[in-house]
Write a protein that binds this ligand. Structure first.
Ligand code: PFF
Length: 463
């Protein structure tokens, strides 16, 4: 649908012709591209492995349903209505108030997430090359561990791969919202699903795969504690890219007649499906070859190569697996990169090219703290949390995003309130979705904020 065809349900744009997504499918591809990422393939499996398998998945699904999804709808509607970057959107809907600080915290969060995210992506990109060369083809985890240690403990390799990733993402961002982000994610998402299905079929048809399936499906609630629930909550924010204005920014590129509750629900369901499929791709194979699932964040880089090396045609599946992971990471990084770029372009009126280059340099500087956290900066540790890498991860997932999400819910439920939300989410009455919007409103006003507050305070050990 052309931009000019939009219904008149939103305030007129203030800036001259903003670049936006151009088709409904494009909106879904880009939004799903943001949600699906290393969260599904790197974080979800190792957190599931470390926190009791199916029991953790159940808590995570509940958090996604009553927290992640409502926050996503809230962000989309704020962005689509205001049609500005994360900070300016909140300023526009609440002039003279401090709500824009959520957007500011979002820009900070996007830098901090990108700092460690680009490093994990850097390892993934490096692993594609290593898999092609056969350098990580060994059934002995001690060998794959040494290969990983060699990569992360080398400052030069860590930094250079991170810069390659940053330059790659910047080159897509510079092309713009429709020609860069939308076009790229529309191609990548189907490829991602296709490859994932191939790897899942390989994994679940291995002899001995049943144990892995059981691990994914049979809950062990004894491992669930307050901290585990906070981890699940943090994961649900991180997974759906919410609590930090990414979805406000993407929402500002939505079509006027996009059905927001339905789009967000579809994205959430597809994202959960990808996580589950990633679990199916990983755990049955891990168990089939006698490896342990609880090996933490290194599951992807140490255990997985050994697992793939153990199966027939393992090298091919290993290459496919890391290409798949790189694709997932790309869509997510595009959205993280877009948050500050949109701000510099929209509020400060910079050209897109200048904004992209500035953000790329900024990210390379902040990102170096994570890239060097296993080498030159390994001696700097933050209490029980760990290195710079771990600090940025913890601070964003467990603090910034939940706090941002909490305030967004309060903003929607108690400041925007029912009449506006009903009008905006029904596209000015053109959608027959009052029941859905009512359910959303009730949850976002009462349930989500209270739940997030309790989990935050308990998980952080405050109560
Ligand atoms: N949702 C992405 C993932 O699961 O990998 C990570 C992410 C992207 C988090 C964008 C936050 C964000 F704004």
């Amino acid at each position: 649908m052309a931009i000019a065809d939009r219904a008149e349900s939103v305030p007129k744009q203030t800036t001259v012709s903003r670049d936006t997504f151009t088709t409904r499918l494009g909106v879904i591809a880009a939004t799903l591209g943001s949600a699906v990422g290393l969260g599904n393939i790197w974080k979800f499996p190792y957190l599931t492995g470390a926190n009791g398998g199916a029991a953790f998945i159940i808590v995570y699904l509940l958090c996604t349903l009553v927290v992640g999804l409502p926050v996503m709808i809230t962000e989309h509607v704020i962005g689509r209505t205001a049609r500005e970057d994360a900070i300016a959107s909140l300023k526009k809907l609440a002039p003279g108030k401090a709500w824009w600080l959520i957007g500011a915290s979002g820009i900070l969060a996007s830098f901090l997430i990108m700092a460690f995210y680009t490093e994990v992506a850097a390892w993934v990109f490096a692993y594609i090359v290593k898999a092609v060369q056969g350098a990580i083809l060994s059934t002995d985890p001690a060998v794959t561990e040494a290969a990983f240690a060699d990569l992360v403990s080398s400052p030069v390799q860590s930094l250079v791969w991170q810069w390659i990733v940053l330059a790659f993402i910047a080159s897509i961002i510079a092309l713009g919202v429709s020609k860069g982000i939308e076009r790229m994610t529309k191609r990548l998402m189907p490829a991602l699903f296709g490859i994932l299905i191939i790897v899942v079929i390989r994994s679940i048809t291995l002899p001995g795969a049943g144990q892995g399936l059981e691990f994914l499906l049979k809950p062990d609630f004894s491992k669930v504690t307050g901290a585990t629930v906070l981890t699940a909550l943090g994961l649900s924010f991180f997974k759906l890219s919410v609590g930090m204005g990414t979805m406000i920014t993407y929402g500002s590129y939505f079509l006027d007649d996009q059905d927001i509750p339905s789009t967000a629900t579809r994205v959430m369901l597809s994202d959960v499906m990808v996580s589950f499929l990633a679990g199916l791709a990983i755990f049955p194979a891990v168990f089939a070859f006698g490896f342990q699932p609880e090996s933490g964040p290194s599951l992807l880089f140490i255990t997985i190569p050994a697992v793939f090396s153990s199966m027939p045609f393992g090298q091919v599946f290993m290459i496919l697996f890391f290409v798949l992971t790189a694709i997932a990471a790309t869509g997510a990084m595009l959205s993280l990169f877009e948050v500050p770029v949109a701000y510099l372009e929209g509020t400060l009126n910079w050209s897109r090219k200048k904004a992209t280059i500035a953000v790329m340099i900024g990210l390379a500087i902040v990102g170096s703290t994570a890239a060097l956290s296993e080498s030159l900066l390994a001696h700097i540790r933050f209490g029980g949390i760990g290195t710079f890498f771990d600090l940025w991860d913890y601070l964003t997932s467990n603090v910034l995003l939940p706090v941002g999400g909490l305030f967004l819910c309060v903003f929607a439920g108690w400041v925007l309130r029912w009449d506006k939300l009903k009008q905006w989410l029904s596209n000015n009455g053109t959608l027959d979705n009052e029941g859905v919007v009512r359910g959303y409103y009730w949850i976002v006003k009462y349930v989500t904020p209270i739940l997030v507050l309790i989990i935050l305070l308990t998980g952080l050990g405050i109560i």
